[in-house]
Design a protein around this ligand. Structure first.
Ligand code: UDX
Ligand code: UDX
Length: 458
């Protein structure tokens, strides 16, 4: 079959892999190739044991793989062949030099752009899929177009809004697709090409076109607003614990106001994930660069509140357990940054585990999907942490359980059996408010929900 478009994605990660799989499944008329410098990752994409866990992903991959979806490490050949190139390499927070701890590290993005300029023999559309600081496209455009071959590249921004755990659903049915392009005749032609891809399954009114800078900034701002809602509700959870108000009731009550809306109001031990903290710090850095100190401080406080929530959680544990947890076994239920993913990037459980270790607790970690990543995250601590698949085994002999991730399997465990195997008095700290607190209390647990009165037997 003759393919009508040849699309390439550089970077086969959490964003690139699922996004391209869905494009390939929806558009059998296009050839979609995904490349990565990491050969092991590509091998995994070519197997039934995909490198990331995402509900429904394997079915989508299987539908298209080998038909019009290809995973490869032949980066240069794939660049040469492609007409449209999505770049989805990672853009971590810089940990060195100017802007360390806040600015985005663009070295992978820039190296990728230089390689495209070197290898390409024909005009191509380059699309930023990675989240980048505003005006990155401009710099990339300069690098790409300073080639001596007379080849012209149009650089567009098409940020991804998928959330992990629901990636396939989000890609199948996005709230909106943003496509930013230079407002020149060539830019607008390129924009139409990209609109055409999504129009295969996304209703036209949800495909929003604008200039590149608005699109780049919209991505950072969307993540900043989402994270801000969580920090806002988490700040109120602290107040609820002092006043005997119930955070779940407050969330429900305010969420009924259609101006506020009811989503992203679930109080938690803290937000995690690869994007929220990184993107806010990036926004903070950009504001600082432009001398907007107050604006920078305002957004930075969203991250500070998140750190406070994690510290507060550990303090609650410590104080409840008679001000010492040294030598006490504590089972962390869940390590992933949210349910339905094995991803642990910026997971609140990482900080909680370390803070508990600082108090000399014996921390045992269980998670249905994230134990391999947890082991990597805590590698530097040697055998100081224990990792156990079975939550019943993890809880055996523990003084306390702390729920870190809202896995639904934790709701239906046999807590009577668990209690019988634990040290007494036994504690549950529910960092996600997913358990039936009253029932656990009646079984004999001392229960500490978030933003709700604690239920104690002493
Ligand atoms: C990435 C960015 O981190 C995020 O800012 C953006 O919004 C989307 O893309 P993600 O897909 O979650 O997110 O990153 P990751 O899972 O780390 O995947 C990036 C992939 O790019 C890795 O597999 C890495 O091997 C690959 N890569 C990196 C390259 O192929 N070439 C490089 O030069 C650098
Ligand atoms: C987020 C954005 O939602 C997505 O649009 C963007 O493309 C990438 O970043 P993701 O990080 O995958 O997606 O997950 P998300 O569902 O947004 O959750 C982020 C964190 O916030 C998780 O740790 C989650 O547990 C937490 N959270 C979310 C809360 O604590 N309370 C809520 O009400 C919602």
């Amino acid at each position: 079959m003759e393919f009508t478009k040849k699309i390439l994605c550089i970077g086969a990660g959490y964003v690139g892999g699922p996004t391209m799989s869905v494009i390939a499944a929806k558009c059998p008329q296009y050839k979609v190739t995904v490349v990565d410098i990491n050969a092991a990752r590509i091998d995994a994409w070519n197997s039934d044991n995909l490198p990331i866990y995402e509900p429904g992903l394997l079915d989508v991959v299987k539908e298209a793989r080998g038909r019009n979806l290809f995973f490869s490490t032949e980066i240069d050949a794939a660049i040469d062949e492609a007409e449209i190139i999505f770049v989805s390499v990672n853009t971590p927070t810089k940990d060195f030099g100017e802007g360390a701890g806040k600015a985005a590290n663009l070295q992978y993005w820039e190296a990728t752009a230089r390689n495209i300029a070197k290898v390409a023999r024909s005009t191509k559309i380059i699309i930023e899929k990675s989240t980048l600081p505003v005006r990155t496209a401009e710099a990339m455009c300069r690098i790409l177009n300073s080639n001596s071959k007379g080849i012209r590249f149009e650089v567009l921004s098409n940020p991804e809004f998928l959330a992990e755990g629901t990636a396939i659903e989000d890609l199948n049915n996005p709230d909106r697709v943003l496509i930013g392009a230079p407002q020149t005749p060539e830019g607008l032609t390129a924009q139409n090409e990209v609109v055409e891809i999504y129009a295969n399954w996304v209703p036209k009114e949800r495909i929003v076109t604008s200039n590149v800078w608005s699109t780049e900034l919209s991505k950072l701002v969307a993540n900043a607003f989402l994270a801000q809602r969580i920090s806002s509700i988490n700040s109120i959870s602290a107040l609820c614990e002092k006043t005997e108000a119930d955070i779940t009731e407050v969330s429900h009550n305010i969420g009924m106001d259609s101006r506020i809306g009811n989503r992203f109001l679930v109080s938690s031990v803290g937000f995690g994930g690869s994007c929220f903290k990184k993107d806010i710090l990036n926004l903070v850095y950009i504001c600082e660069t432009y001398g907007l100190t107050e604006v920078a401080k305002y957004w930075e406080s969203v991250v500070e509140m998140n750190e406070y929530q994690k510290r507060r959680f550990v303090q609650t544990m410590l104080h409840a357990m008679f001000n010492t947890i040294a030598g006490k076994r504590i089972a962390l239920f869940g390590f992933a940054f949210k349910a339905d993913t094995g991803d642990t990037r910026e997971a609140p459980a990482i900080d909680i585990a370390k803070q508990l270790l600082d108090e000399h607790a014996n921390v045992v970690i269980t998670d249905p999907k994230a134990l391999d990543n947890a082991r990597i995250d805590l590698e530097e601590y040697g055998d100081k942490f224990e990792f156990i698949d079975d939550p019943y085994e993890a809880a055996k002999g523990a003084h306390a359980i702390a729920v870190m991730t809202e896995w639904k399997e934790y709701k239906s465990l046999d807590y009577k059996k668990i209690l019988a195997s634990m040290e007494h008095p036994s504690f549950i700290f529910d960092g996600r408010n997913i358990l039936d607190h009253k029932a656990l209390f009646e079984l004999g647990f001392n229960v500490f929900p978030l933003g709700q009165p604690s239920l104690k037997h002493y």
